[in-house]
Design a protein around this ligand. Sequence first.
Ligand code: ISJ
Ligand code: MG
Length: 468
Amino acid sequence: MVTIQETELKDKGILAVRTAQKLGRPILISEVHQMDSIDPLSFFNSGSVRYFGERFYWKDPSEEVVLIGIGISKQIQSDQATDRFFHVEEEWRNFLKDGLIFNPFNENGLGPVMFGGFSFDPLKEKTNLWSNYADSLFHVPKYMLTLVKGQTFLTTNIVCTPNDDYSLFEEEMNERTQLLSSLNLKQDTDMKPAKLLEMKEISPQQWKQTVDDVVEELKTGSLKKVVLARELRLLFDSHVKADVILENLYNQQRDSFIFVFESNGNCFIGATPERLVKKQGENVFSTCLAGSIRRGKNEEEDNILGKTLLNDQKNISEHAFVVEMIKEALEESCEEIILPEKPQLMKIRDIQHLYTPVIGKCQKDASLLLLVERLHPTPALGGLPKQDAVEKIRQVEELDRGFYAAPLGWVDYRGNGEFSVSIRSGLIQGKEASLFAGCGVVANSDSESEYLETSLKFTPMLRALGGN
Ligand SMILES: C=C(O[C@@H]1C=C(C(=O)O)C=C[C@H]1O)C(=O)O
Ligand SMILES: [Mg+2]
């Protein structure tokens, strides 16, 4: 059993109540404890009943930072389209203002962290598919486990209003004790994987036709690249459990970012190889990822396929548009940018990509969300020119992308954090799920091979869901 010394919280609680009363508004109190190591998946599972729909999970490819949040102490959400990044940032700052943060450690991802993201395009007409996710949606968890540099920490966030008294802290302490003592006892014991009954591609013929139409436009107009995506709808015999799929992804896609973001009973989950941007102090890291080919059946074939990709004109141009735009976007906020001249290969279980890492040093006033705003969507998910491509997608794509292909990640109270591009992902809705996959369409694209590329990109999620 994991325990925490509770005596300190008492004094902190009294201070929090006084501060909230003095300021006449809610204030945050956050404390961080170092813990013995806890299995992250069992921590995630410990919230599966009481905090169902209020959990998140995050790990980056090298597992530098693993975050698991359960419960919600604050939600930042809005469907407002204009200045949405700025507004989230403003609300986040206001929430942190005058907060009492007890964190003696220097690592990233400790103390108050908001986790969540943005929809791909807030101007796209919303369908029922994403009705459980606002266009901007972030959760500050009640409890958060952080694994960083081989150490484990638990953050507890409590919001204290002027009407609260010390009993709030007694309740919170009891809740936390219960949570910690339930670790290692499976909460939801029925972890039998749901069985896949039916699989339906949404309008594949029409999708290919759209690719053909867009290719015609790319040949003549000012548009250079447009990313087009489609959906695969799955039906299961029982409710699909995020815990089961997360464990599968963890075992099958270790080299990717893995994320889970629950909201109102739905669950957005995926294993993406693509970083949008990471900020650590003034250091900024981004990734250009575009251009794809399958993995070989043996090493020899795999190398041949890799070489083919590195020399293929269509894929090279698809990739070059991304490099061009990311470089330009980062130049607006960075003093120095370093990027290799030529792409290399990124190989993940089912697919290989052209990959150019980017490093920069950003100006003091450039926040992580500002960088997200400047970058999203890169031509890996939108196209070039950015605005025209997003409008084209809004017009011709049948899919309601929601959070697919959009920034998803976290920011800590010191402004450090990371956002991935949420591809290779799916939305679980009870007994059903939607998977999403897209591809970069350029003037010399062929709709049949783009179709096959998207099919390949469904593979990781399909396998995790037991369908492959
Ligand atoms: C759009 C997706 O992937 C993007 C498109 C790629 C391409 O067309 O080659 C490659 C990597 C991603 O940037 C997806 O997986 O859904
Ligand atoms: Mg492609």
